[in-house]
Design a protein. Structure first.
Length: 119
């Protein structure tokens, strides 16, 4: 799923309604506050736009590996921005887009999935 697909999948008006889903709220936050800082971890600072792009990359990488509705994902990680990013990507992928839609959306999905893995 591309950043534009993430943006188009939910509008602020729909998330503001009483029937907003967690997916709607995640997407709304990632798009509405794009220039604001989302995470500060030591010297690292990530804006919501950067987080949105990373979520999109992880969605592509996870989709290529078959993650979708009904597939469990386990992650052992310290409290880092990547933990939330992978959690959001997995949630959005399992609740918004079939794996086939996101599999071709990112040009370097393997790099995203392996960027922060331990040897």
């Amino acid at each position: 799923m591309t950043p534009s697909a993430i943006t188009q999948s939910s509008s602020p008006a729909s998330a503001a309604s009483a029937g907003a889903t967690l997916s709607d709220l995640i997407v709304q936050s990632l798009t509405r506050h794009s220039s604001s800082e989302a995470f500060v971890a030591g010297d690292r600072r990530l804006t919501y736009a950067q987080v949105r792009d990373l979520v999109s990359q992880y969605m592509g990488a996870l989709g290529r590996r078959g993650v979708g509705l009904g597939v469990g994902v386990t992650m052992l990680s310290p409290n880092t921005p990547e933990y939330w990013i992978v959690q959001a990507a997995t949630y959005l992928l399992r609740n918004k887009a079939p794996a086939s839609e996101s599999s071709s959306a990112v040009s370097q999905p393997d790099a995203a999935a392996n960027a922060h893995s331990s040897p």
